[in-house]
Design a protein around this ligand. Structure first.
Ligand SMILES: C[S@@+](CC[C@H](N)C(=O)[O-])C[C@H]1O[C@@H](n2cnc3c(N)ncnc32)[C@H](O)[C@@H]1O
Length: 218
């Protein structure tokens, strides 16, 4: 873990991160809204569902992707724990019928599972904000929320941290193992060695597409 955060409880680290998003919500919203989902996800945009589906965007930030999914005809729930980000996102995308939930990983206690589960769950640029010991708990909760044939798309950030909103290191093999232990199988990995879309040359992203193993499906 990073420097001064070594001695902090995971819930305190999480609260510090979320407070940072609230304090800087205008700046982050401006950054996130400056890109389209097609620019952010590149060829992986094809991994989003085509048919109208129950979708869940966790750590939805400015609501850019939630709003885009709503425009595609999906029934969208967006989870965002930062009050500042969420309130701005609600105003920015007031024209879209998105259900906003104030909640956070790993437990997601307030998220209501639709009957049959969510067909698609997006976790974009969030996993690095979870301390490693919370990631297995998060995968187990995701396994409860996803539908039998649903998919999860999760982006993993590799690169330098930001002391104001810690980004904990991610070991891809460990996360795949965590996901498998929670009942998932890895459907696809998209390794983008391209530069970060917000111009940070020292950051790159990897995308994992996960589905429940057949024997896990309810
Ligand atoms: C880098 S932003 C990404 C926003 C959006 N998903 C995107 O790709 O533009 C990270 C977001 O995750 C949220 N976040 C931080 N910790 C979280 C947690 N434990 N559970 C869910 N969301 C969290 C932050 O409030 C912030 O809005």
């Amino acid at each position: 873990m990073h420097g001064t955060f070594e001695t902090m409880e995971s819930v305190d680290i999480s609260t510090k991160i979320i407070d940072c998003y609230t304090e800087n919500s205008q700046k982050f919203t401006g950054q996130y809204e400056s890109l389209t989902p097609a620019e952010v996800f590149g060829s992986a945009i094809s991994l989003f569902p085509l048919m109208p589906s129950f979708t869940l965007d966790i750590g939805a930030g400015s609501g850019r992707d939630a709003a885009w999914m709503a425009r595609q005809g999906h029934i969208v729930t967006a989870v965002e724990p930062s009050d500042g980000m969420r309130e701005l996102a609600i105003r920015t995308h007031a024209d879209q019928p998105i259900t906003w939930v104030a909640d956070r990983l790993p437990e997601l206690k307030s998220v209501q599972r639709p009957e049959g589960g969510f067909d698609f769950i997006l976790i974009s640029a969030v996993w690095m904000h979870l301390v490693p010991e919370d990631r297995g708990i998060a995968f187990r909760r995701l396994a409860e929320l996803v539908s039998a044939n649903g998919t999860i798309l999760i982006s993993l950030r590799h690169g330098t941290s930001d002391p104001a909103r810690p980004m904990l290191p991610i070991d891809t093999a460990t996360e795949i193992e965590n996901a498998k232990l929670a009942g998932f199988r890895l459907a696809k990995t998209v390794n983008t060695e391209e530069d970060d879309k917000l111009g940070r040359g020292d950051v790159h992203w990897e995308l994992l597409q996960l589905s429940l193993k057949a024997e896990q499906a309810p």
